[in-house]
Design a protein around this ligand. Structure first.
Ligand code: GRF
Length: 194
């Protein structure tokens, strides 16, 4: 069975959607572990689905690389076919990314390469564009720069607030994540060649 480790930091709505999908025995993948850089609500979703969790907090490590090495050893112990960054809010250093690439993907709430970085929804509103979207891409050493796997547009109605637009995008990205994992697990989508 195609195995997935999900890394989270926050609410975990994407993780929850994936856990619900993978609880269907017909789904071709399973979540084998959920990791976080801090205590988070997302970990409670994992526990509800009886998926093992681990937390590796950066504090207490002498460098980002030293922290990432321990995080990596937790991930590698589970031997995943795929690692999903689903709202993982720390930038991962090269020693982590290079060990896993291209088997590591990220969700980003914009139509990349538009609006990279941590404020993609706010930046799209500030730019006055009429549409934004959701993107799933392979993680490389840059910030939101890796090969794009799936992308879907989301219209921006006049007067919409930032939280409302984020909610609208997240509805799309939850479905997109489940679809990406299904397609990767069934060989309809490939990570190689990036
Ligand atoms: C998502 O909107 C994702 O695009 C961004 O962080 C958010 C995570 O949400 N990288 P959640 O924790 O899955 O609810």
């Amino acid at each position: 069975m195609f195995s997935v480790v999900v890394l989270v930091s926050g609410a975990g709505s994407n993780l929850k959607a994936l856990l619900e999908a993978t609880s269907n025995p017909m789904f071709p993948a399973q979540v084998v572990g959920v990791g976080s850089d801090k205590a988070s609500i997302a970990l409670e979703h994992a526990e509800q689905f009886r998926v093992p969790t681990f937390v590796v907090e950066p504090s207490g490590f002498s460098s980002t690389e030293a922290w990432a090495k321990v995080l990596l050893s937790n991930v590698e112990y589970l031997k995943p076919d795929l690692v999903v960054l689903a709202g993982f809010m720390k930038i991962l250093p090269a020693n982590f990314v290079n060990a896993l690439s291209p088997r590591i993907i990220n969700l980003h709430p914009s139509l990349l390469p538009e609006f990279r970085g941590a404020h993609a929804v706010r930046d799209a509103l500030a730019a006055g564009v009429k549409k934004t979207g959701a993107t799933i891409h392979i993680v490389d050493e840059g910030v939101d720069t890796g090969k794009i796997l799936l992308q879907q547009e989301v219209e921006i109605p006049a007067g919409i607030s930032e939280p409302e637009l984020l909610t609208k995008i997240q509805v799309v990205e939850r479905q997109q994540l489940v679809e990406a994992v299904r397609m990767l697990a069934s060989g309809e989508l490939e990570l190689a060649g990036s």
